[in-house]
Design a protein around this ligand. Structure first.
Ligand code: FAD
Length: 385
C-alpha cells in the first residue's frame, strides 16, 4: 500500500489548487452575494483540462483517471463548493456516459465540447414527484418514427437553464417500471418546446444554477437516443455511481475547508488571555473534525482507487458519499460554533459552508438511500458492482 501521490498526481493537485486560488477565490464573496454563475470559470477549467477526467484523449480528454480527477475536484471545491458541480455536470455526467454508451457520432458531436467547456452540461432524472424513486418518473418520450416527442418536466436540475447539452432520462414505455426508461442526449440550443425556469429559492450552492425544465411537444431526433430503448435505468445507475464521486469529494473537501478555517481561527482568537485553541473543549471539537475529515478523504481515495482498477466500487462510492456528507455537515456546524458570533455573520465563510454542506444529504441519493445501498450490499441483498 502506497499513501504517497505520484508526481503526476502532485502536479494535478497543485495545478487545481493554483487555479482555484487565482481564478475562483477572488470572486467567491461577490458571486455568493449575487447568486452569480461566472461562466468564464467553466471555460478556463476546460482550457486547463480540468473537465476531461476518464475521457479518452481522442475526444479531448486529459488521459487521466479517477484519482487525478478527485484530487482536482477536491482543490476546487475547497475554495468554492458551487464549482465542484461543473466536473460532474460536464465530465463525469454527460461526457463519460456518452463515452460509455454512445455511438461514434454522438461521441464526436458532444464529448469534445463538454470537456473543453464550450458546452455547459447537465443530467436530468428528478421530477417534482419522482426523486429517490427514479423509476416512477412520468416525463414521456413518444416514438414518432424518425423522432421522439417529449412531454413532461424535470425538477432540481443542476445547470438546467444554462445547459447546452444534457442527458435526459424519460419514460418510453408505460407500465414497465424501470425497464420502461430510456436516455436521450438533448441539444438544448436546437430543441424547441423547452421552457427553462431558474430555481431561485435554494438554501445554498448559490453560484451553481439549478432549474426546472418543462418539455412541451419537444422534438428530439432518434439519433439522440443513448444506448437502447429501455436501457435508461441502468444507464442512470451507472452514471450516478460516477457523478456521486463529485458529491463525495466535494463533501470531503468542504469538511477540510471548515477544519482549516476553524484551526486558524482557534489560533488567532484570544479569550481569557490565550488562544481559544488552548481550551480542551475546543481541542475536542478540532479532533472530532480532524478524524472525520481524514476518514472522509480516505474513503474518497479508496473509492477512486477501486474505480481506477476496475474493481467493484458501488458500496465504497456510497460510503464515501454518505460519510463525506456527515463529515461536511458536522465540520461546518462545529466551525460555526468555534468562530462564535463571527461564525454567524455572513462576513465569514461558516454560513456558506453550512448551507453548501446540507446539499450533500439530499442530492444524488439521499443519506437514507446510501445507508440502504451500503447495508443491502453488506447483507448480500444486491451485488456490489
Ligand atoms: C441543489 C440540488 C441539485 C440537484 N441536481 C440535480 C440534477 O442535476 N439532476 C437531477 O436529476 N436531480 C438533481 N437534484 C435532485 C436530487 O437528486 C433529489 O432531490 C434527490 O434524489 C431526492 O429526491 P427528493 O428531493 O424527491 O426526495 P424524496 O425522494 O421525496 O425523499 C424525501 C425523504 O424521504 C426519504 N426516503 C425516500 N425514499 C426512501 C426509502 N426508500 N427509504 C428511506 N427513506 C426514503 C429521503 O431520504 C428523504 O429524507 C438536485 C437537488 C438539489 C437540492
Amino acid at each position: 500500500m502506497d499513501f504517497e501521490l505520484n508526481d503526476i498526481q502532485k502536479m494535478v493537485q497543485e495545478t487545481a489548487r493554483n487555479f482555484a486560488e487565482n481564478e475562483i477565490a477572488p470572486y467567491v464573496e461577490e458571486d455568493e452575494l449575487n447568486h452569480y454563475y461566472r461562466r468564464e470559470i467553466l471555460s478556463k477549467m476546460g482550457d486547463l483540462g480540468l473537465l476531461g477526467w476518464n475521457i479518452p484523449e481522442e475526444y479531448g480528454g486529459n488521459g487521466m483517471g479517477w484519482m487525478e480527477g478527485v484530487l482536482a475536484l477536491y482543490e476546487i471545491s475547497k475554495v468554492h463548493t458551487s464549482w465542484r458541480l461543473s466536473i460532474s455536470g460536464n465530465c463525469w455526467g454527460p461526457a463519460m456516459t456518452i463515452n460509455q454508451f454512445g455511438t461514434e457520432d454522438q461521441k464526436q458531436r458532444f464529448i469534445p465540447k463538454l470537456v473543453s467547456g464550450e458546452y455547459i452540461g447537465s443530467f436530468a432524472m428528478t421530477e417534482a414527484n419522482s426523486g429517490s424513486d427514479v423509476a416512477s418518473m412520468k416525463c414521456f418520450a413518444e416514438d414518432k418514427g424518425d423522432h421522439y416527442i417529449i412531454n413532461g418536466s424535470k425538477m432540481w436540475i443542476s445547470g438546467g437553464h444554462v445547459s447546452d447539452v444534457g442527458l435526459l432520462y424519460v419514460l418510453t414505455e408505460k407500465g414497465k417500471g424501470a425497464k420502461g426508461l430510456s436516455c436521450f442526449v438533448i441539444d438544448y440550443n436546437n430543441t424547441p418546446g423547452v421552457e427553462k425556469i431558474p430555481i431561485t429559492t435554494k438554501f445554498g450552492m448559490y453560484c451553481a444554477p439549478t432549474s426546472e425544465l418543462v418539455f412541451e411537444n419537444s422534438i428530439v431526433p432518434k439519433e439522440n437516443l443513448l444506448g437502447t430503448i429501455g436501457q435508461g435505468f441502468s444507464i442512470c445507475m451507472w452514471q450516478l455511481n460516477n457523478t456521486r464521486m463529485g458529491c463525495a469529494t466535494g463533501a470531503a473537501s468542504l469538511s477540510a475547508a471548515a477544519l482549516e478555517g476553524a484551526v486558524n481561527y482557534a489560533n488567532e482568537r484570544l479569550q481569557f488571555g490565550q488562544p481559544i485553541g488552548k481550551f480542551q473543549l475546543i481541542q475536542q471539537q478540532i479532533t472530532e473534525m480532524k478524524l472525520e475529515d481524514e476518514a472522509a478523504k480516505y474513503l474518497v481515495y479508496h473509492a477512486a482507487w477501486l474505480k481506477d482498477h476496475g474493481l467493484p466500487n458501488q458500496q465504497a462510492t456510497s460510503m464515501a458519499k454518505l460519510y463525506g456528507c456527515k463529515a461536511a455537515v458536522n465540520a461546518a456546524n462545529l466551525a460555526m460554533k468555534i468562530y462564535g458570533s463571527y461564525g454567524y455573520s455572513t462576513e465569514y465563510p461558516c454560513a456558506r459552508w453550512l448551507r453548501d454542506a446540507k446539499q450533500f444529504e439530499t442530492l444524488e441519493g439521499t443519506s437514507n438511500i446510501h445507508t440502504g445501498i451500503i447495508a443491502s450490499i453488506e447483507l448480500g441483498y444486491q451485488p456490489n458492482r
